[in-house]
Ligand binder design. Structure first.
Ligand SMILES: [Fe+2]
Length: 194
């Protein structure tokens, strides 16, 4: 897992924003003060297999470490409150929180984690107060803010200022991204817009 955290820090350095460098500093401070304890996790083996298939064809610097980390990482349903997101939408993706409240690295200022969106599905326009960045680790994405459209592939970053709407459409491989939130990191402002 140390390798995974090292690569996450490398990616945050590459992004080189105030938020990404703040997160990197918190991860490094945490790692130097204590060990991050993981227990083997095979609660979702078929999901992990799906994610590994996607990562095996990715050349991203995090892909190899993420494949190795699958036996430790806990994938779960979204942390957005069920009152704010329909079951139909929340069934499209899984998250693996790494930093924030109630996860491996505690932080009151930032949230960071992985998101896996299933193949051939549309996560409709939504927004939130938090400022957000995604890095594409595996697969591809048709991204939109409701006006502009972009095709995102491995190695791309996309930045969402506070309240910018964003929608994700996946293709045959699905999408795996590293995301982080800063600013108002409460999920209470999350809203689906269509
Ligand atoms: Fe978002």
């Amino acid at each position: 897992m140390n390798n995974l955290f090292e690569k996450i820090c490398n990616l945050l350095t590459e992004e080189n924003t105030e938020a990404s460098l703040g997160i990197k500093n918190e991860i490094e401070a945490f790692r130097s003060s204590q060990n991050i304890n993981f227990s083997p996790n095979r609660a979702t083996p078929s999901l992990s297999d799906e994610i590994v298939r996607l990562l095996k064809v990715s050349e991203h610097i995090l892909a190899k470490q993420l494949i190795e980390a699958q036996k430790w990482l806990v994938w779960r349903k979204t942390t957005i409150p069920a009152t704010l997101i329909s079951e139909e939408i929340s069934n499209l993706f899984y998250v693996c929180p790494i930093m924030g409240l109630d996860t491996y690295i505690p932080s009151k200022r930032f949230r960071l984690g992985f998101l896996y969106q299933k193949p051939n599905c549309y996560y409709p326009l939504h927004n939130h107060n938090a400022v957000e960045t995604y890095a594409v680790i595996g697969g591809a994405l048709d991204w939109s803010d409701g006006k502009e459209h972009r095709k995102l592939t491995v190695g791309d970053f996309v930045h969402h200022p506070s309240l910018l709407p964003h929608a994700f459409k996946t293709r045959s491989l699905g999408f795996l991204g590293l995301w982080h939130w800063s600013g108002d990191i409460s999920p209470d402002s999350y809203k689906v817009l269509e």
